[in-house]
Design a protein around this ligand. Structure first.
Ligand SMILES: Cc1ncc(C[n+]2csc(CCOP(=O)(O)OP(=O)(O)O)c2C)c(N)n1
Ligand SMILES: [Mg+2]
Length: 285
């Protein structure tokens, strides 16, 4: 896919997010819209895998763990549009017996998903375990990725994992923080300020990269490539990705109110008019 195709895919993913959350009348559009470029870049340009041969152990493949599981809409959309399952299934989001539960769950056997998540703080520990297992299996070229919310960094388990990964030189691992500076109840700085994340991770022996334009697909691809080049140097890597909650929809942008609220019919119409349907097409209802 060239850059133009990737931009169209981002638009289409955003339409999926908005339509899924509206249709279910629940879900998390804000963080999903903000992390669209990251997930599109990761699955289209960075990771090595075969969507048609998905296995839970992912032998021989790069692995991704979504720790901030509430942003499942963007995750499901990107997985479907990368070929893990049919885009038709997106219409079952948050429905009874669907494989697309509000928070990702392994129980339904949805291809692409290797951990249940949504209880914040756990994904980094899992990712570190997977990174160690890649080394034990002598898969030295494969990389583990994970995504975390900035509000998620309030969880104590994160800091235990950060300490462990730095001390044990887990250098086949690239974590990313969705630094949208918002969380469920308001701005990060009001709820529980994080201080200088870069300095904190560096003091735990991590290599830290920052990308100020986390909603620019070319910049996101570049920072992920840069991070890949830094693997194998005895340090885990963190990307601080500056994004905007609700990016792509003017009345949602930067506002924590859209963390976990579905747009009503009128809001959906207005939002979709800002993201015109592309040649890739909407999923059928
Ligand atoms: C262990 C745990 N505690 C609390 C929650 C409730 N909760 C869900 S999302 C959220 C805020 C997360 O903020 P952030 O990671 O920044 O996500 P964003 O709002 O940016 O999408 C909280 C506290 C949870 N899911 N898990
Ligand atoms: Mg946040």
């Amino acid at each position: 896919m060239n850059i133009n195709d990737l931009k169209n895919l981002c638009t289409q993913v955003r339409r999926d997010i908005l339509r899924m959350v509206n249709h279910a009348n629940s879900g998390h559009p804000g963080g999903s819209l903000g992390c669209t470029e990251y997930l599109v870049a990761l699955y289209q340009k960075i990771m090595y895998f075969d969507p048609k041969k998905f296995t839970m152990d992912g032998e021989g493949e790069d692995l991704f763990f979504l720790s901030n599981g509430h942003i499942s809409p963007v995750y499901y959309s990107v997985l479907a549009r990368t070929g893990f399952f049919s885009i038709k299934e997106l219409s079952t989001f948050r429905k009874l017996n669907s494989r697309l539960q509000g928070h990702p769950s392994i129980h339904g056997g949805l291809p692409g998903i290797r951990i249940s998540s949504g209880s914040l703080g756990q994904g980094m520990s899992v990712a570190i375990g997977a990174a160690i297992s890649k080394k034990l299996s002598q898969e030295f070229n494969r990389i583990i990725y994970s995504l975390h919310g900035d509000g998620e960094l309030n969880e104590g388990q994160i800091w235990e994992a950060v300490l462990y990964a730095g001390a044990n030189h887990i250098d086949n691992y690239i974590a990313t923080v969705d630094y949208n500076r918002q969380q469920i109840d308001g701005p990060i700085d009001k709820v529980l300020p994080l201080g200088n994340i870069k300095k904190k991770f560096e003091s735990f022996d991590w290599m830290v990269l920052e990308e100020l334009e986390g909603n620019n697909i070319e910049k996101v691809i570049n920072v992920l490539k840069k991070a890949k080049n830094e693997t194998g140097k005895r340090k885990p890597i963190l990307i601080i990705l500056y994004t905007q909650m609700g990016y792509g929809v003017d009345f949602m942008k930067g506002n924590h109110v859209w963390h976990g609220k579905s747009p009503n019919q009128k809001e959906l119409k207005k939002a979709l008019s800002q993201l015109p349907e592309t040649y890739l097409g909407d999923y059928p209802l």
